[in-house]
Write a protein that binds this ligand. Sequence first.
Ligand SMILES: Nc1ncnc2c1ncn2[C@@H]1O[C@H](COP(=O)(O)OP(=O)(O)O)[C@@H](O)[C@H]1O
Ligand SMILES: Cc1ncc(COP(=O)(O)OP(=O)(O)O)c(N)n1
Length: 270
Amino acid sequence: MTATPRTALTIAGSDSGGGAGIQADLRTFFANGVHGMVALTAVTVQNSLGVQGFSEIPVDVVTGQIKAVATDMGVDAAKTGMLATAEIINAVAKTLDEVHIGRSGTPFVVDPVAASMTGHALLREEALEAIRTELFPRATLITPNLDEVRLLTGVEVTGPETQREAAEALLEFGSEWVLVKGGHLDAAQDCVDVLSDGESWVELSGPRFDTRNTHGGGDTMASAITSSLAKGADVPTAVAEGKRFIERCVAESYPLGAGVGPVSPFWRLK
Ligand SMILES: Nc1ncnc2c1ncn2[C@@H]1O[C@H](COP(=O)(O)OP(=O)(O)O)[C@@H](O)[C@H]1O
Ligand SMILES: Cc1ncc(COP(=O)(O)OP(=O)(O)O)c(N)n1
């Protein structure tokens, strides 16, 4: 009989264009040899030009999906992406406690998705506070980009020094680790992400590829990290593996539609 692979759960929204959200997460889990499972939170109407709208899934259906897979199939690591409303966030937090996901239980990655890269909101305004108070204290790792850092802390990141300042401010909200991603520092020659638990500090640096097709990059990186955690890696190892994975995905990203094309995990399958 074939051995059961490790499992990972994404709690996130659907992207009709297939580049971000649960579509990116499931592709990434697959490319990393992990069985992917989903708790869908919202359905977006979206293409390469942006998000035209979204509708959230009823709260009991969101929590029901988490309980269904956790109690039967088991979850080796979990992540969140688009959560849409404070009501969903509060209910998800309570359910995660019931199935022992987060903090000292199953590794739990929070990608605090607030808006698409095209600037369209993916989170109702009042929900940011719920991410801070309900999800961050339960998280093994949080993975904000620079826009999310500014929304969450007010810190304007301009380079590694301010990335450290932002990481310190974010750790105050109670996550075990924080990764402040530097992909949006467009003027920088390299892409530097800063990882910390408040004691150890790691600067993960890689080449900046000249492409505008980075749709789904944050989801893909968080899912790659979640895959490594599901396979038993510690946080610094999982983040280093996630960084190597997303680098290749950006290098092989492709144009699709008239706007921003997606990053590609296909390189792993070649
Ligand atoms: N042009 C690029 N070349 C190489 N790596 C990139 C590029 N853009 C982003 N990355 C990397 O992709 C990951 C996600 O980056 P970032 O753009 O900061 O977050 P998000 O996708 O959530 O907005 C980070 O590791 C970042 O360093
Ligand atoms: C359903 C859904 N979830 C997440 C996103 C964010 O993806 P993107 O706009 O590409 O931003 P990053 O991946 O760079 O954070 C989305 N658009 N849709």
